[in-house]
Ligand binder design. Structure first.
Ligand SMILES: Cc1cc2nc3c(=O)[nH]c(=O)nc-3n(C[C@H](O)[C@H](O)[C@H](O)COP(=O)(O)OP(=O)(O)OC[C@H]3O[C@@H](n4cnc5c(N)ncnc54)[C@H](O)[C@@H]3O)c2cc1C
Length: 384
């Protein structure tokens, strides 16, 4: 559970707004189109404490509520979604430690996560499986005081620039049910843990997505999160609720940015003697886009409030993620139509929104899976 503080929230949001206006906005176009990692922006975010935004103050974090965190992520995504991705995967790793680790592990890692000295993300997906995580093949075998890890992870955000990852492995590949053989480690880069390639993408530029290879990588046994084997999948699934709230907030940001660009452009662009915002066909689009954006924001806020109260909120987080990311995709498409030929041009931001939005319907559990999760919870909570 975390507590919300309106005064603290306003101070932080003002600071984030100033940072985005002065230090991010002027550089987005260049960094995005040349696919450059935003090193200076990341350094600034370290000094602002954003890498520790959800980490408890006793470990050097800001201890913000999830509600405030979602607002920060929305604001960042309005300007450039890739920056939100750099924080998000790191926060999921940090929260897996804060929730599940031993006291010694928390002391050893959380203060370094909070400053951004250790930065990274979560390494779950493999070349052969993403949705079906229980099918992973990366194995950690106990040898004396260490485990020896072999396997490959795919699509890992912050994989090149980051130095520490929550690594999901099988400690018992024969276990049935399969999740009982799965464990989560805090894995720092070192001998045997290498980046094999950078993955090129449609959008979501700037942030690095990588394939990671573990070749007889030795990790001390005291890096097993919680000190117990067999609980890794559960730790990750609990963390995904937060991840989904984050992705929902990114969706709200993209949907809002597409709307803002469209409201602006439709008043400037004239056809048949009047601004296009005076044509009913455009008005209907703007009306739908604005309604979708607000509904997405409210669903995201509801899920974040529920998470802050410590409630089980997989249904609420799933609904927010599903609706907000579909809203982002629809608004990005509509923004492109409203911009006509210029929507297809690199001169305007809408083509970036159009390339960034599809990722959101895939990451943190595809939207197909969100519908299934929502439906299962619906039945669970309403047993006949
Ligand atoms: C840019 C980017 C960044 C990423 N960052 C990370 C990261 O940091 N860490 C990480 O671990 N992973 C990361 N991922 C991976 C991402 O989480 C997976 O791509 C996602 O979980 C989907 O897995 P998959 O790609 O293997 O698709 P698959 O699991 O192969 O799914 C393919 C299709 O089948 C559908 N499907 C699968 N099973 C079912 C079912 N039971 N019922 C109905 N439909 C089903 C899916 O919805 C989807 O439409 C990232 C991916 C991208 C593109």
């Amino acid at each position: 559970m975390s507590t919300h503080d309106d005064g603290q929230e306003q101070l932080i949001l003002d600071m984030v707004d100033r940072f985005l206006e002065q230090e991010v906005k002027p550089h987005v176009w260049k960094l995005e189109h040349d696919d450059i990692y935003p090193t200076e922006i990341v350094e600034k975010m370290k000094t602002m404490g954003l890498f520790g935004c959800l980490i408890a103050p006793e470990y050097g974090g800001l201890g913000l509520s999830t509600v405030t965190y979602a607002k920060i992520i929305e604001r960042i995504s309005i300007v450039w979604m890739s920056v939100a991705g750099i924080i998000n995967s790191h926060i999921i790793m940090a929260m897996a430690v804060q929730r599940n680790a031993t006291a010694e592990q928390k002391q050893a890692f959380l203060p370094r996560f909070a400053t951004g000295e250790l930065r990274g993300g979560i390494a779950l997906t493999e070349p052969d499986c993403g949705t079906d995580l229980q099918a992973i093949r990366t194995v950690a075998k106990r040898e004396g005081d260490d485990y020896v890890v072999n396997g490959t992870k795919m699509w890992i955000s912050n994989g090149i620039e980051g130095n520490c990852f929550a690594l999901l492995v099988k400690t018992n590949p024969e276990a049935q049910p399969r999740h009982k053989g799965m464990s989560l480690f805090i894995a720092e880069k070192g001998p045997g843990f290498t980046v094999s390639r950078k993955l090129e993408k449609l959008g979501y530029k700037g942030i690095d997505s990588a394939e990671l290879v573990f070749d007889n990588y030795r990790i001390p046994a005291d890096r097993l999160i919680g000190g117990v084997e067999g609980r890794g999948l559960q730790m990750i699934l609990n963390g995904l609720e937060l991840g989904r709230i984050n992705v929902a907030a990114r969706g709200v940001g993209i949907a809002q940015a597409a709307l803002d660009e469209s409201v602006k452009y439709s008043q400037i662009r004239k056809t048949f003697g009047k601004p296009i915002c005076e044509h009913q066909a455009i008005q209907i689009k703007l009306g739908d886009m604005a309604t979708r954006t607000d509904a997405a924001r409210l669903l995201t806020q509801r899920a974040a409030e529920s998470y802050d109260r410590g409630e089980r909120c997989d249904m609420e987080a799933g609904m927010a993620k599903l609706f907000a990311t579909e809203a982002a995709l629809e608004n990005a498409t509509e923004a492109m139509r409203i911009h006509g030929g210029y929507g297809y041009s690199k001169e305007y931001p809408v083509e970036r929104l159009y390339r960034d939005a599809p990722l959101l319907v895939i990451g943190e559990g595809t939207n197909e899976m969100q519908r299934i999760i929502i439906s299962r919870q619906l039945i669970e909570r309403n047993k006949a």
